[in-house]
Ligand binder design. Structure first.
Ligand code: SAH
Ligand code: SF4
Length: 415
């Protein structure tokens, strides 16, 4: 069982439960996934290796873990045969458990995953002609309760650890068969870094747009993204990673400075009343404050624009006036912006309807005429509930009545 004791999270606005960085398994072994090279080195030294050995072994193991994707110490062929059982007795190479894998008719894939302490979460892979995007989760559930979002109706269970976040990317590479297969004879300058370049890959981009608010789990998301971006690790460019936030203003500058990935902001409304209603975080950090933080976002430029996500809700935020106000606001703050119009994806019990296609087209045209790109995003994977905002794990999807029945049956069984 992983330790999910309460810990305070630096920069965190509302306290949430979070697992500690090192969560020994029931048998006492430590999972190495999610740890930086320096931490692996410390653990090896603590377990008895001298400084030089710990450093060398950490470097080798790190490469096998993150660059080659091996899940068994026995496969680490440049590590002495006698050393491999020593590692195996003390450490594990974890992956989130796959509870279920689903395939949409449009090629989208969704995985229902489970943490070592039994919490469900989800990730989605969206293949396109020129890219393959993995949408990963940062929390189990979300505290923010946006009224149009299915995840928001879940109770937050806990933050995901760095290992559980980077583990999603590693699992996707396992499933897509995308680890380099070349021989590795050493770790010198001429070490074999695999056969292929980014061009051959199915998984080219990552978006932090799954379950959860990534800026409410800042440290873990940052540490996981460093492993994803590390040239000796998964080696994905920061330009191919996008973090989506509903507007956690106090963490946005640090996101640019310490993670440096592309930013997407879930705007969804252009006036206080509507945004207060549909993105309740707006009551804490208002529109003007949010747009100012976007204008100040480190690294944003015309070459690296900020994406403004806008979910199209019928008769709520989709008028011509809304579109014009959106253009005015983005111009007022002189933002290097592009707008992503997301047709609302329905879920059972949702209070909203998606705007009509003609309305969405008109809205998009007005924003385009204002000089800002505003494509309409095609929903993907709706048939397997994999589209934006539809993620909510099967256990939580059960009706209240079903859950009550199950609880009553369990109570009876225990009586
Ligand atoms: N918590 C972060 C990231 C996850 S949500 C955020 O809110 O930005 C990813 C995107 O999906 C957000 O823009 C979110 O507003 C949008 N979304 C949520 N529910 C949706 C739904 N039912 N239909 C369409 N988009 C939705
Ligand atoms: Fe949380 Fe994002 Fe859903 Fe809002 S839209 S409830 S912030 S996951």
């Amino acid at each position: 069982m992983a330790d999910t004791t309460l810990m305070s999270i630096p920069g965190q606005v509302d306290p949430v439960p979070v697992a500690r960085d090192i969560t020994p398994r029931a048998d006492g072994r430590i999972d190495l996934i999610g740890l930086p090279k320096s931490r692996i080195r410390e653990l090896f030294a603590d377990a008895g290796l001298d400084t030089k050995q710990a450093k060398l072994r950490a470097k080798q193991v790190f490469h096998w873990l993150y660059h080659r994707g091996v899940t068994d110490f026995e496969a680490m062929t440049d590590i002495a045969k006698t050393m491999r059982p020593w590692l195996d007795e003390r450490f594990v190479i974890g992956r989130p458990d796959v509870v279920e894998a689903q395939h949409s008719t449009d090629g989208t894939r969704k995985w229902l995953l489970k943490t070592a302490d039994g919490h469900d979460f989800e990730m989605v892979f969206i293949p396109d002609a020129d890219r393959g995007t993995l949408c990963i989760s940062s929390q189990v559930g979300c505290t923010l309760n946006c009224t149009f979002c299915h995840t928001g109706t879940m109770r937050l269970v806990r933050n995901l650890t760095p290992g559980e976040i980077v583990g999603q990317v590693m699992l996707a590479r396992d499933a897509l068969g995308e680890w380099p297969k070349g021989r590795m004879d050493g770790l010198g300058e001429d070490a074999d870094r695999g056969h292929y370049t980014a061009d051959g890959r199915l998984l080219t981009n990552i978006v932090l747009m799954g379950m959860g608010e990534p800026l409410y789990n800042f440290d873990h998301v940052r540490d996981a993204m460093h492993l994803v971006m590390d040239g000796d690790g998964l080696a994905l460019s920061k330009r191919r990673i996008t973090l989506s936030t509903s507007g956690v203003v106090p963490m946005m500058e640090r996101c640019g400075q310490e993670i440096g990935v592309n930013l997407a902001v879930s705007l969804h409304a252009v006036n206080k009343d509507v945004r207060d209603e549909i993105v309740p975080l707006n009551r804490k950090y208002g529109l003007e404050e949010l747009l100012q933080a976007c204008a100040d976002y480190p690294g944003a430029s015309n070459a690296r624009r900020i994406t403004f996500e806008y979910v199209m809700l019928k008769d709520k935020n989709d008028s011509d006036e809304d579109a014009r106000e959106l253009v005015r606001l983005l111009k007022k703050f002189d933002l290097p912006a592009k707008v992503n119009l997301i047709p609302f994806n329905p879920w059972p019990g949702a209070e909203y309807e998606c705007s009509d296609p003609e309305r969405i087209k008109r809205f998009s045209d007005i924003v385009f005429e204002g000089g800002i790109s505003a494509p309409v995003r095609t929903p993907r994977g709706r048939d397997i509930d994999a589209a934006c905002g539809q993620l909510k794990t099967a256990a939580q999807k059960k009706s209240r009545a079903e859950r009550d029945r199950e609880a009553a049956a369990a109570a009876e069984a225990n009586a």
